[in-house]
Every structure is written in C-alpha cells, then in structure tokens.
Design a protein around this ligand. Structure first.
Ligand code: ZN
Length: 418
C-alpha cells in the first residue's frame, strides 16, 4: 500500500485506505492518523517509542503529539508507578478513551448489542436487547434507541466519531445496504440508511459479522501479527472473513468470504440461501440442533448442550465436527492461511470434538498448506464481532484525526432524538 510505511500492521487491513497524497497537508494528515493508530492499537507509548515505530524525527513526533493533545485525542502523563522526583519525568502519550469514543453495534438474529468504545479499544458501556420484530426498520429503531440510551449517560464520552454496525449477511460496502441476510430474512434492505437517518450527525458504517470478527482478531486478538488469517463465525448461519497478505479480502462488491455457502454436499439439505448442501446446512445452528435431537432449542440451550455433549468417535457431535473439518480443508486448500479461527457455535464444536475436526481436515486438506495451519478459537471471546464493529467505526478517525475531530459530531450534549 502506497504511503503505508510506519503504519501499525493491523491498520493495513483497513477497509478504506486513504492515500496520503503528495501534499504537505496530506502527509501530515497521514502521520497524525498513523500516530493515533499506534496508540489506539498498542496503548500508551513514549515519544521515543513513537519515533522508533514511525521512523520520523523527534521534533515531528512532538508536533504531531501536541496537535493530537489540542484535539483532546491524547494526553501526556507519567506512567503509573514512576515518581516525579526520579530526575527528568518520562512521559507517555496516552489515547483518551474518555473524550473520543465510537459506537459499536452487533446485530444478531436474536439480539442487538450496542456498546460505546473509547479510543484505545476499551468498551466503556454496553446494552443488549432481544429482537422481537426482525424487520430492518424495527431493528434500526431498536439499535438507535439503544444508542440514545448509551449517550444519555452523563459519564459517556464527548466526541462520538462514528458508528460501526455488524450484520450477519452480505453487505454492500458503499452504502451499507444489506443485499442478503438469509437468517434475518432480509433482501436488499437499506439498513445503513435506516440507521443513519436515526443517528443524525453520526457517520454509520455497516459490515459483515465475520469480516469484522477477522478484523478484530487481526488487530487485537489471536491473529495479531498473522497476515493470512480466516475467521469463521457461526451464530445461526456460518460466515467467513479473510485477511490475506495483511489485507481484507473483499472481492468485486465486498461480498467475498461467504464460506457458509460453499457447496460441500451436492443435493444435500436445502439452505436458507436457496441452494442445497451448503456448508452451513451441515454445521450451522439448525444442523447442530437436529444432530443433538433438540430442534426447537434456544441458542443458550443449544450452546450448553454442545458444551456438555460427548464429542468422541461415533457421537452426533463428531459427525458435525467432521463436516467442520471438510469446510476448513477447502479453505486451507484455497488460501493457505496460517491461522483459522473458529468462532461462535463452531468454537464450542471444536472444543468438544477437536479430534474429529482434525481427522477430517487432514483427510481432505493438502499436506503442504495443512502443515502451516494453526486452528484456534477467538481470543476476544464473545466480543470479537462487537470489537470489529468498533474498529470499523474508528477508521474515519484514524484516516484523518483532525478532520473528524474538528467536524461537529454527534455529541452527548445534543438533546436525545425521539
Ligand atoms: Zn447456502
């Protein structure tokens, strides 16, 4: 990527790259964003550490830090435990999670979770509510009402830089239109617009849940420093997010990575997408529920059942695990990842029946790429997708901190919209 020198690795996977351009101002904007990205991902750093990481001289770093401090995005302070009397104070530059915050939302098939995250990544506060009416309009309203509740908290932050929203479906990146979310029953739902209209003054970005899970694990979790990683999510359906050579794989329209709809069993069970024998029909929530003989179970009951079910050879779970291995083998043969992260229900299946997953994987995968593979569960746990939604919300800020922080944003002092 042109002009990406000195950029922290995680930010290479950013979905929108803003080239610094040839101008002095463009270069400064790029450097401000890069410095802030280092602090956002690594936490407090001294000026000397920033100088080393960015390859810029000390006076340039000092100028960037003071500009960010004037924008209330960072502050310099003595690290905890270091005494003022110990000679010259050694300060660290700290990202300000109290003044600069973003909204993250994870829209699931059954519930909506909304959080306020501070610069640096900490979740400041959160709310969750069940989805009772799964229409795009009703879910947008539910989401917006949760955001209003969070922002009415006087302890919440001062400048809200934007909102990132995760959807279990295929999302058109440019306008947040949900082209297809089979398990929500949505086709061509203008969800980004519906949310944007309700959160005036806030920039809203919508992304696919597995893409955002991959982004979060790459920046902050199990995939830090791993440039070829596949994140596979499973709530009701199965989704995939791929980062290859340090870049998110998007495809022509941003729809790449729909691993749940790889055909693994021609003529197999009908899928919500209209095809038959998709991977999702063999390893998704419905398949697991059926295998365990509890087709009407709630998600919580299903998760509990998977965790306590026997996973040994010949068990119902072992058969599901075998299909998990088949799908992972296809991914391994196709893109040669160093790391595949199994999230959601697939994490529980993997933990309960790892031997069966590995047996079918090694039977179907080519040995050269399989030798390089690590299989793992998400390091960020159940919050992976939510953390990814927050990262999506931060991208405008990290591309142009001064531009975003100087623009009149959605502030807590705004009267709540009804
Ligand atoms: Zn399908």
């Amino acid at each position: 990527v042109t002009g990406s020198k000195g950029r922290p690795a995680g930010v290479q996977a950013a979905r929108q790259r803003v080239a610094p351009g040839g101008t002095q101002e463009g270069l400064r904007r790029h450097n401000l964003g890069t410095l802030l990205a280092h602090l956002h991902l690594a936490g407090p750093l001294s000026r000397a550490e920033l100088t080393a990481r960015m390859g810029l001289n000390r006076s340039t770093i000092a100028g960037l830090v003071s500009e960010l401090a004037a924008l209330d995005a960072v502050r310099e302070e003595r690290p905890a435990g270091v005494q003022a009397s110990a000679g010259r104070p050694s300060l660290v530059v700290q990202p300000r999670s109290d003044t600069v915050q973003a909204v993250a939302a994870d829209v699931g098939v059954r519930q909506v979770t909304v959080a306020l995250a501070g610069l640096g990544g900490d979740v400041v506060t959160r709310r969750q509510r069940q989805v009772t009416e799964p229409t795009p309009e009703a879910v947008a309203e539910l989401l917006a009402s949760l955001v209003r509740t969070l922002l009415s908290d006087p302890a919440a932050g001062r400048h809200i830089v934007g909102a990132g929203v995760s959807i279990p479906g295929i999302v058109r990146q440019r306008d947040g239109c949900v082209r297809f979310a089979p398990n929500l029953g949505w086709t061509d739902a203008p969800f980004g617009e519906l949310v944007q209209r309700r959160l005036e003054g806030m920039r809203v970005h919508v992304g696919n849940d597995a893409d955002l899970g991959a982004l979060a694990e790459y920046r902050r979790g199990a995939a830090r420093g791993v440039d070829n990683v596949v994140f596979i999510s499973c709530e009701v359906g199965v989704g995939g997010g791929l980062i290859l050579d340090g870049r998110s794989l998007r495809g022509a329209g941003g729809y790449a990575g729909e691993l749940g709809h790889m055909t693994v069993r021609p003529g197999g069970r009908p899928c919500r997408c209209g095809a038959r024998g998709c991977w999702e029909t063999e390893v998704g929530a419905a398949a697991i529920a059926q295998a365990l003989g509890m087709p009407d179970a709630s998600m919580d009951d299903l998760v509990a059942a998977v965790r306590s079910a026997p996973g040994g050879r010949g068990s119902a779970l072992a058969e599901i695990a075998g299909w998990v291995g088949v799908g992972v083998a296809n991914v391994v043969n196709l893109v040669n990842p160093q790391l595949v992260i199994l999230g959601g229900l697939l994490e529980d299946v993997f933990v309960a029946a790892e031997t069966s997953v590995r047996a079918s994987l090694s039977a179907a995968a080519l040995s050269a790429p399989a030798e390089q593979l690590r299989l793992q569960v998400p390091e960020l746990g159940a919050d992976t997708v939510l953390a990814g939604a927050a990262e999506l919300a931060w991208e405008d800020l990290l591309a142009d901190p001064a531009g975003v922080l100087r623009r009149p944003g959605h502030r807590v002092s705004d009267p709540p919209r009804t």
